[in-house]
Design a binder for this molecule. Structure first.
Ligand code: RIB
Length: 306
């Protein structure tokens, strides 16, 4: 089996369930506090390992108690942490998350040590990767470092998956030339394309622009409307897999989706099947609270096979 290399942030998530998300200047009393490992990169790595993938994490934590907990937890899930540095001068990543009764969230985070990932560490990690291996990154690390890593991964013959989250201004031409697969959600796709994507039809028509930018395949996720896949051969809507009426917490669902695509493509190069699998993985993630705690195992996904 090929390996998946994930570049991204590792945070300790402090999750408060609230009766409603606060407005500006408002204080809302919550009922529960959950402390559990997260970070988009961390979630992707753990999701991949839980789905049976061989996953390497590329990140940093601080030399503090949280950093040790993040590392222990990740290793417990089977992620290889050889390329996670421990930095004495930085704190570990932290995220503060509010979740409302519909499972929607608001997140603020401080990446801490993860933002200090350097080119030497990226080079070292990816020197052990090659043809058939998959590189997955979001935009939690500095864009210049994501760019460097994506270029190195592409040079090594790896399949490059870029998840443009969290949304921000990025040098599209530079970064996107290395992306075999780009996986924006509806909001990120709208921002990148400078247009409003409000429906499956919008995503199918507007998303074609991504191919003009040199991206091999665009996968636009649309929440409960599923996702669309656009490349030279496929131009198709894949409905979401609703596995329960109750959405408890959507945190980490996008990360699980991306990891599922990466793990699937590391085994078999079929983006349509990868997205069908990823829709199911995301559907299972939202029915439990928290990020890494809520991610399903390969067996749990198989049990849900219709
Ligand atoms: O995608 C969810 C993640 O975003 C959370 O786990 C939090 O740490 C933030 O990085």
């Amino acid at each position: 089996m090929s390996d998946v290399y994930v570049l991204g942030g590792m945070n300790m998530d402090y999750v408060l369930s609230l009766p409603k998300l606060p407005d500006k200047g408002e204080t809302v009393k919550g009922s529960e506090l959950l402390i559990n490992p997260g970070g988009k990169g961390g979630n992707q790595a753990v999701a991949g390992a839980k789905l049976g993938g061989s996953v390497y994490m590329m990140s940093n934590v601080g030399d503090d108690a949280i950093g040790q907990q993040l590392l222990n937890s990740m290793e417990g899930y089977g992620v290889k942490t050889d390329y996670v540095g421990v930095l004495e001068t930085e704190h570990s990543g932290t995220a503060l998350i509010f979740v409302d009764p519909e499972g929607e969230n608001m997140i603020g985070f401080s990446p801490g040590a993860a933002a200090k990932i350097d080119e030497g560490s990226i080079e070292k990690a990816l020197s052990s990767a090659g043809e058939g291996d998959v590189f997955l990154s979001g935009l939690e690390p500095p864009v210049s470092k994501v760019n460097y890593a994506a270029r190195t991964a592409a040079k090594n013959g790896m399949e490059v998956i870029l998840n443009p989250a969290p949304a921000q201004d990025i040098p599209k031409d530079e970064l996107f030339q290395f992306a075999d697969v780009l996986t924006p959600n509806q909001t990120e796709a709208s921002a990148l394309l400078d247009t409003k994507i409000e429906s499956v039809d919008d995503a199918l028509s507007e998303g074609k622009t991504f191919l003009d930018w040199g991206i091999g395949t665009a996968v636009i996720t649309l929440g409960s409307d599923g996702s669309v896949v656009i490349n030279d051969r496929v131009h198709k809507h894949f409905p979401a897999q609703k596995l329960s009426d109750e959405v408890v917490d959507t945190t980490g669902a996008g990360d699980a989706f991306n990891a599922a695509i990466a793990v699937y493509l590391a085994r078999q190069s079929n983006i349509s099947k990868a997205v069908t699998f990823a829709n199911k993985v995301a559907g299972l993630t939202v029915i439990k609270q928290g990020a890494q705690k809520a991610l399903p195992t390969y067996e749990e996904v198989q049990e849900k096979r219709e």
